[in-house]
Design a protein around this ligand. Structure first.
Ligand SMILES: [Zn+2]
Length: 150
C-alpha cells in the first residue's frame, strides 16, 4: 500500500502521461491541459483514500483543510476503506463524483430543474469530461499502487 505522498507523486507524473497522450491522440491541447488537471491536482484532492476515517494521513486533507475534510466525513463512515465502491477503477471514480455532486443533484431535485447541464457552454461540458478522464487515470494508478484491492 502506497502512502498518500507516493499517490500524490504518481498522480503528478501520471498527469504528464495522460496530458501528452490526450494531446497527441486528439490534437486537442486544451482538453489535454484539462485532463492533466483532472489527474493532478484533482486526483490528489479527490483521492480514493477519502474513504478513510483517518483523514489526517491523506494528502487531500493537507490541501483541502477542514471544510473539505468535513464534507467527506460521512463518506468515510459509509464506505469501507479500500472497498470496491471507493477504490475500484471507474466505479470508485463514479462513486466519489456522485458524492461530490450530491448538493447539485439535491438542488436540481428540489427545484425540478434538471436541464441546467444542457444550458452550459460546450467548452465547459467538454472540459468536465476531460477532467473526469484525467481523474479516472489518476484513480487507476492509485488502485495499482494500492495493490489492486477489491
Ligand atoms: Zn488507497
Amino acid at each position: 500500500m502506497a502512502s498518500g505522498r507516493v499517490h500524490a507523486w504518481v498522480s503528478f507524473f501520471g498527469a504528464f502521461a495522460i496530458g501528452i497522450a490526450w494531446g497527441k491522440l486528439t490534437g486537442d491541447w486544451g482538453g489535454a491541459g484539462v485532463a492533466f488537471l483532472g489527474c493532478w491536482p484533482s486526483g490528489v484532492v479527490l483521492t480514493p483514500d477519502l474513504d478513510t476515517a483517518e483523514q489526517k494521513t491523506i494528502e487531500a486533507e493537507r490541501i483541502g483543510g477542514r471544510v473539505w475534510q468535513g464534507y467527506w466525513w460521512p463518506y468515510s463512515k459509509l464506505v469501507k476503506h479500500r472497498a470496491a465502491f471507493s477504490h475500484a477503477p471507474i466505479l470508485g471514480t463514479a462513486g466519489r463524483l456522485f458524492y461530490l455532486a450530491l448538493p447539485v443533484l439535491v438542488a436540481s431535485w428540489l427545484t425540478g430543474n434538471w436541464g441546467w447541464w444542457a444550458t452550459l457552454p460546450d467548452w465547459i461540458r467538454q472540459g468536465v469530461w476531460s477532467a473526469v478522464i484525467g481523474l479516472s487515470f489518476s484513480d487507476i494508478m492509485h488502485w495499482l499502487f494500492d495493490g489492486c484491492p477489491l
